[in-house]
Design a protein around this ligand. Structure first.
Ligand code: HAM
Length: 442
């Protein structure tokens, strides 16, 4: 086999004019997820699906790439995501295509395209997506990362804001992530935000030269973003800016206090954080993030908010909406930090060991039957001795070893050994599944 393999490799190298063997690495900012870590991913994803199903959210799947214009329009031309981070390329048909840098714009595009909506119709979606952003990789920040997210489209009332926030909180609760803290803000609406923008510009004008180059640009294009810049000098300058909560119009004040009343009534703790602005332009009114102290600089576990103008911006009828997305990688980092591990699926395999010859063939059949009967079953595929096979069964660890011997085979029986107690007995070939699932009586 090895010889045939190397012949193939040589032929391949000759054909592709590669000079020697090459080792490839996963691209910078991407990560392979191998077992056993993949079990934690499955646990996070299945927990999220379960919570969503209880909140009556249904799964939506959209393409991994979209027309570039959807994101530049939807997320905003002046945002960091659109100006610096998108994976954009021209396809062979000359179209500008972008790998999705987030999920919301695609969900709204699908909603508009399917002509969903109508009076008193609320559409609740959830998704599990990979997203792509050309960012500087660091702890908790990747170029391909993964999100679980939910969007509720059709209602403007604060009840649905509270629902989305509680859905996000329920995910952390179910996962046992106790240090996720909710930061909440209202960033106003098209009626009150222009006034606030001007108020920020006026307050920051005397210190403009102290802002970082990005914030000097943001000062012109989107001064709200200066408020939550992490650069220490910008933070200091931003102290001089008035609080957005003092600039809200009466309708936004009412919406925000309605949401706060609901969260209080539901027992959902939060910190009002007037600096929380979020990096996507489609937000209005509610903006929130769950943060974890264990994550360091990239401390945002999840983020979301209301985007009532997005459907119209994407060519649809007006449709208010709110949603959030939570980073899977960051959730897993926070879980690891708190020492929380994915629970075992409770499925201990049965190991089918055998002597060589006919017994081996029979062992493979037994494995197949057990698997078809709904049990996890494993066997030796290296031609090892019976003793070595039983050692492998212990190492797994398997719950039982089924020993298929030549002599037993002729009598239509096998030996089933309970590996925890060491107890073993002969059972008819047809009763193996019943025997290995029999409750253990010590
Ligand atoms: P976002 O704040 O850009 O919002 O991302 C949400 C979460 O995704 C972050 O809190 C973080 O956990 C994770 N995340 C984002 N970028 C990266 C990265 N480069 N590496 C690792 N994790 C990352 C959105 O994406 C909005 N679409 C959320 C939303 C849904 N708003 C309304 N509906």
């Amino acid at each position: 086999m090895a010889c045939f393999g190397s012949v193939l490799a040589t032929a391949y190298m000759a054909a592709t004019e590669v000079e020697g063997p090459m080792q490839f690495q996963a691209p910078r900012g991407t990560k392979d997820v191998l077992p056993p870590e993949s079990r934690t991913w499955q646990w996070v994803e299945s927990t999220f699906r379960d919570v969503c199903s209880r909140f009556r959210y249904e799964e939506i799947r959209t393409p991994v790439f979209e027309e570039t214009g959807l994101f530049s329009r939807g997320i905003g031309d002046s945002t960091d995501i659109v100006t610096k981070e998108m994976y954009t390329f021209e396809d062979r048909g000359g179209r500008s295509i972008t790998l999705r840098p987030e999920g919301t714009a695609s969900v709204i595009r699908a909603y508009v395209q399917a002509k969903l909506g109508g009076e008193h119709q609320l559409h609740r979606f959830y998704y599990i997506y990979s997203i792509f952003r050309y960012e500087r990789p660091q702890h908790g920040r990747l170029r391909q990362s993964h999100q679980v997210g939910a969007e509720a489209i059709g209602s403007a009332g604060p009840e649905i804001d509270a629902e989305i926030i509680c859905l996000n909180a329920a995910l952390y609760e179910e996962l046992g992530l106790t240090d996720a803290r909710l930061h909440l803000n209202s960033i106003g609406c098209p009626a009150c935000r222009p006034g606030y923008r001007e108020a920020i510009r006026t307050a920051l004008a005397p210190s403009l030269s102290r802002l970082c180059p990005d914030c000097q640009r943001r000062y012109e294009t989107n001064p709200l973003r200066v408020i939550d810049c992490k650069v220490p000098d910008c933070r200091e300058v931003a102290e001089q800016a008035p609080s957005i909560l003092d600039s809200l119009c009466p309708a936004c004040v009412e919406h925000f206090s309605g949401l706060r009343r609901l969260l209080d009534a539901l027992g959902q703790p939060y910190d009002v954080d007037a600096r929380l602005v979020r990096g996507l332009d489609y937000y209005m009114r509610t903006a929130f993030e769950f943060k974890s102290g264990s994550l360091g600089a990239q401390d945002s576990l999840s983020g979301g908010g209301r985007y009532d103008g997005l459907a119209e911006l994407c060519g649809g009828k007006p449709a208010p909406g709110i949603g959030f997305a939570a980073g899977i990688e960051r959730t897993i980092l926070a879980l690891a930090d708190s020492g929380t591990a994915a629970p075992s699926d409770g499925r201990q395999p049965v190991y089918v060991a055998s002597a060589n010859g006919d017994a081996r063939l029979e062992a493979v059949r037994v494995v197949q039957e057990l698997r078809y009967a709904g049990l996890a079953a494993d066997f030796d595929c290296f031609g090892r001795s019976l003793k070595a096979q039983l050692r492998a069964a212990d190492r797994l660890p398997a719950s039982h070893a089924v020993i298929v011997g030549t002599d037993e085979l002729s009598r239509g029986v096998v030996v089933v050994r309970d590996l925890a107690s060491g107890e073993q007995r002969e059972v008819p070939r047809a009763s193996i599944a019943t025997e290995v699932t029999r409750p253990h009586h010590p």
